[in-house]
Design a binder for this molecule. Structure first.
Ligand code: NDP
Length: 254
């Protein structure tokens, strides 16, 4: 690997990383040399994921907090920096889906999606960036989606939240790029994780997806790691405010 892509000596926090895409990104960044801090809301699940990656010889730790709780996030980040040292990289990955016709979505479900997918990005980024800004150094990667760009029936709150993540990424760039931070978004296409359980088990959706995606297949979570390592490393030091789609070409064609 070219040296500028290496993450040795860097510490990364990845929210929502006890399974799925977050866990794959944790493995990818740790394999590239970073110390990775896992996160989720449940201590046992976080410990389990941590043990799994440690068994693979990777340098990982964990911090349990709920990204929707502004005060708890700030406390957890301060404690983490005291315990382990400075965070160089943050990946805002925690997210959830809610599938329902928009006219039937309750206010509670709307706010649940927004508070995790959007408020969560604000809460954790603010807490981490305050430390990064004092050091004039830091990388933030927000996990968007093809729904940052395209809507789809029955997931309007999710699409609204992910579209907002793309603009929040640009807003962070506007405020923080001059303070030494690089903030970009990584927007996955369709990957078979727990979040997409309903789609994976829907033959009509799978058939549509394979036709709709130029690459003609689902993505493998490991295929997000190259882009994440790039955006987390000094190889991307002049890339700022961008959204990088890793979607088998889906957002490039109709
Ligand atoms: P999963 O449901 O498999 O994993 C979600 C993770 O987020 C879990 O680790 C969960 O841990 C954690 N989490 C959920 N809510 C919170 C919270 N409030 N605070 C802290 N952690 C939380 O989802 P995916 O891996 O599929 O998705 C990860 C990200 O990628 C999401 O932002 C999603 O929108 C995005 N994405 C996924 C795509 C896909 O095809 N799968 C496509 C495009 C984007 P726990 O429950 O233990 O707290």
């Amino acid at each position: 690997m070219i040296d500028s892509f290496r993450l040795n000596g860097r510490r990364a926090l990845i929210t929502g990383s006890v399974r799925g895409i977050g866990l794959a990104l944790a493995r990818g960044l740790a394999q590239a040399g970073a110390q990775v801090v896992l996160n989720g809301r449940d201590t046992e699940r976080a410990q389990g994921a941590c043990a799994l990656l440690r068994d693979e010889g990777l340098d990982v730790d964990y911090s349990v907090f709920d990204v929707t709780d502004h005060a708890a996030v700030a406390k957890a980040i301060d404690a983490l920096e005291l315990r382990l040292g400075p965070l160089d990289i943050l990946i805002n990955n925690a997210g959830l889906q809610h599938r329902q016709a928009l006219q039937d979505v309750s206010a509670d479900d709307w706010h649940r999606v927004m508070s995790t997918n959007l408020d969560g990005v604000f809460n954790v980024s603010k807490a981490v960036a305050r430390h990064m800004i004092t050091r004039r150094h830091g990388k933030i990667i927000n996990i968007g989606s093809v729904q940052s760009e395209l809507a789809r029936r029955s997931i309007a709150p999710y699409a609204a939240s992910k579209g907002a993540v793309r603009m929040l990424t640009r807003g962070m760039c506007a405020d923080w790029a001059g303070l030494g931070l690089q903030i970009n978004a990584l927007a996955p296409g369709y990957f078979q994780t727990e979040l997409n359980h309903a789609l994976v088990n829907d033959p009509a959706f799978c058939e549509w997806l394979l036709q709709r995606t130029p690459a003609g297949r689902w993505g493998n979570v490991e295929e997000l790691c190259g882009a994440a390592v790039f955006l987390a490393s000094s190889a991307s030091n002049f890339v700022n405010g961008q959204t990088l789609f890793v979607d088998g070409g889906l957002t490039s064609v109709v």
